[in-house]
Design a protein around this ligand. Structure first.
Ligand code: AMP
Length: 414
């Protein structure tokens, strides 16, 4: 499936091409046409699902179709939980309107930066405001923003806003915007508090549910193999040969490792390539195409490929190095078993990273057998010290550290 099904304008299609969006993600397939029908939506989607473009594209199409007034009026308000997400969303609006003859003016309203500049931009007139709620309320309180022409109200990552005293703030925002508007809401999970928020915003939103990473994970056979660092290359070769893997995505931690190991495999006669942030956009596109077409059998990649990209039909994902963040583990292994197919994900473990792997298992409630493979000796050291700075004698954990640990242990199962 391509974006052609949505009947998009030439300008948007140009930016899709420029941003290398070829196939719509599941959420985009569902949400883009629904937004066009003017219905309210609550969509279950998380970061990495492509949710941003799913509302940005149809909103921009709608703005484009309208007559422009002399001074821009705010027609779109997006609320997001963090500064980073706010800026990311504003960037997506700007990327996808790059080829418009009348580019909409986009303002980000975030805390921590000078309010004066943000006020000035609003006063000049703008079409799209992307904001965190605290700073927006500050500006609403000063009577410095006119939201009476609003057409779209978007709430992104609603479940991340719950602990921020957001409900009260939301009431105030809702009082400042017209009752007649289109509401688009996104949340990865639906606890009661999110449902309460949703019911404040819209009476009858259409629900969009997309298969989540955790349900997909059921389709993936997850393995963990104990192997010395220096034995990983021969083990990888053996696994590929024995299982007759035709398409293998191998995650390594550095660009240099991706280059070095892919070179070694090429010298052995394999179709291997590297994929990382130092490649030009063009090289990345070609490499991905070749991997998708099975002209490349083994792709050594840094985490650049773990999110958002759509590569179907991978037989196996190998964690040659473990991901730094536990979340990336799910993103990485989610590259296999796409479109209802079964897949395999194999993590290489050693004495240095096994504790980190246990954290990943804990977070996602996994219990993966730690295998040993014949011919690959491995001595598991119990209670070994993990790499990192030695603790300073007598220094107690700070409150922040304790909280962080607690949070890590209590992270929900995604
Ligand atoms: P999001 O879930 O909106 O944060 O998007 C995650 C990442 O996927 C972003 O880097 C997007 O640019 C990228 N992305 C979203 N949709 C597509 C698509 N259809 N094709 C390729 N990349 C996409």
């Amino acid at each position: 499936m391509t974006f052609d099904i949505f009947d998009l304008s030439l300008e948007i299609r140009k930016s899709l091409e420029k941003n290398n969006y070829k196939t719509p993600t599941k959420i985009q397939e569902e949400v883009i046409p629904l937004v066009k029908t003017k219905k309210d939506i609550i969509a279950q989607a998380k970061t990495g699902s492509g949710k941003t473009a799913s509302f940005v594209i149809p909103i921009l199409e709608s703005l484009k179709a309208k007559k422009v007034s002399k001074k821009a009026k705010i027609k779109v308000l997006v609320l997001a939980p963090t500064r980073e997400l706010t800026l990311q969303i504003a960037d997506t609006f700007s990327n996808f309107s790059e080829f418009f003859s009348q580019k909409p003016s986009i303002v980000s309203i975030i805390g921590g930066e000078k309010i004066g500049e943000q006020l000035l931009k609003i006063q000049k007139g703008c079409d799209i405001v992307v904001a965190t709620s605290g700073r927006l309320l500050d500006i609403i309180g000063r009577n410095q923003i006119d939201l009476s022409n609003l057409e779209f109200f978007v709430l992104d990552e609603a479940d991340k806003m719950l602990d921020l005293g957001f409900v009260k703030e939301l009431d105030e925002v809702l009082n400042s915007i017209p009752e007649k508007r289109q509401n688009l809401m996104f949340s990865a999970t639906y606890p009661q508090k999110v449902l309460d928020i949703v019911s404040k915003i819209s009476q009858n939103p259409i629900e969009v549910k997309i298969e989540t990473a955790s349900t997909k994970v059921d389709e993936i056979t997850q393995r963990a193999i104990l192997v010395k660092k220096e034995d990983r290359n021969p083990l990888l070769l053996q696994l590929i040969k024995k299982n007759k893997f035709k398409s293998v995505l191998v995650f390594v931690s550095t660009k240099r490792a991706a280059e070095n190991i892919s070179n070694k495999f090429r010298k052995k006669g394999y179709n291997a390539e590297s994929f990382h942030g130092d490649l030009s956009q063009e090289e990345r596109v070609f490499t991905l195409e070749d991997f998708k077409n099975k002209d490349i059998q083994i792709l050594f990649s840094t985490d650049i490929a773990s999110r958002g990209l759509h590569i179907d039909d991978i037989d196996c994902v190998i964690n040659f190095d473990l991901p730094r963040s536990t979340e990336d583990y799910i993103h990485r292994i989610g590259r296999t078993a796409r479109a209802g197919k079964k897949g395999v994900a194999i993590s290489f473990l050693d004495n240095e990273n096994i504790e980190h792997f246990k954290l990943i298992e804990k977070r996602y409630k996994l219990n993966i057998e730690k295998e040993r493979i014949e011919g690959f000796d491995f001595t598991l050291l119990e209670n070994i010290k993990q790499k990192g700075k030695a603790p300073i004698k007598g220094k107690r954990k700070s409150k922040k550290d304790k909280l962080r640990e607690q949070n890590l242990n209590n992270k929900p199962n995604e």
